[in-house]
Ligand binder design. Sequence first.
Ligand code: NAD
Ligand code: UDP
Ligand code: UDP
Length: 323
Amino acid sequence: MQATTSVSHPRRILVTGGAGFIGSFLIERLLARGDEVLCVDNYFTGTRKNIAHLLDHPMLEVMRHDVTFPLYVEVDQIFNLACPASPVHYQFDPVQTTKTSVHGAINMLGLAKRTKAKFFQASTSEVYGDPVVHPQTESYWGNVNPIGLRACYDEGKRCAETLCFDYHRQHKVRIKVARIFNTYGPRMHPNDGRVVSNFIVQALKGDPITLFGDGSQTRSFCYVDDLVDAFLMFMENTPDEFVGPMNLGNPGEFTIRQLAELVVELTGSKSKIEYRPLPQDDPKQRKPDISLAKGMIGWEPKVPLRDGLSRTIDYFRHVVAKG
Ligand code: NAD
Ligand code: UDP
Ligand code: UDP
């Protein structure tokens, strides 16, 4: 099944966190199919550079705004992506992280309630915490430390899901909740500490590759284009009764050591692996069960890790060359 690629009447679509990594790819796709886009971002982790190539587009409006404050605009759809996503950034100001997820969701759901806009929530595999069920299905309730260093993000996102479901039950807001697993690609922040960008930048600079723990922990990495395909199909091609939550990610599972070795191979780097302590509450394994997405929207990722990494390495070569 393909997501609707063109629309007869442009719709007004709000993307919060639109100047971020995933948001910028989503906006590109929405504009390409003829929609009007309002990008809202406070530029905490995102940057205008991510959307610089779109700024002259007549159907794009960009607004600096923090979603923890109310926003009164008229829209038909909302993609709520605003939230720092890397542990380094979301732990920098953890109170603001929880506020962004919780107050941000209240404001954006309030906006959806008033305008009757359809609402997409960028939730996360972190709602499963350090999972004891493997691979993770949507029916699993998770294993989250509510007072640990990752809780501002994990619990904030869990509460945002709660708010989505309560606005849906209580106020009939049309919601679509996606649980996104580790996603990578060009325009990731070079210093955001996430493993793919860290390893690539380290390898390109010839710096040591910082492997946390013994590197046996696993993650499943989805290329950003595949993820955005799924966002659009979930939003456009599922009935209102189908609200999720739905896992979106690549089920290919790799140890972090394998990832380090692959990055070294693909960059042709001479960097050596350096072992560092494992951060608190670092999940030991993560792999999505995507049966629901396969059944509901006929989606599965197409880009193998090797290809996606090569494209991402090409992007970071330019970033590193510019200094
Ligand atoms: P990102 O940090 O690149 O993008 C987040 C954007 O939100 C940034 O542009 C940032 O400036 C903006 N933002 C943060 N706080 C804000 C606020 N209070 N008001 C307005 N804007 C604010 O991260 P990303 O990887 O593009 O993630 C996008 C969304 O997807 C996030 O909600 C994240 O939790 C979710 N997600 C991402 C991944 C992943 O692997 N990339 C995995 C699971 C979930
Ligand atoms: N809100 C907003 N834009 C709107 C409508 C509401 O930002 O167009 C915010 C407003 O701050 C409000 C919150 O969303 O507090 C929740 O709205 P809701 O209607 O659920 O609650 P109430 O207004 O009754 O507090
Ligand atoms: N990681 C690592 N070295 C780094 C950054 C991350 O070994 O320089 C590990 C980290 O401990 C975790 C995995 O890579 O086990 C994924 O980390 P990331 O921060 O990208 O995402 P998350 O832990 O939120 O899945």
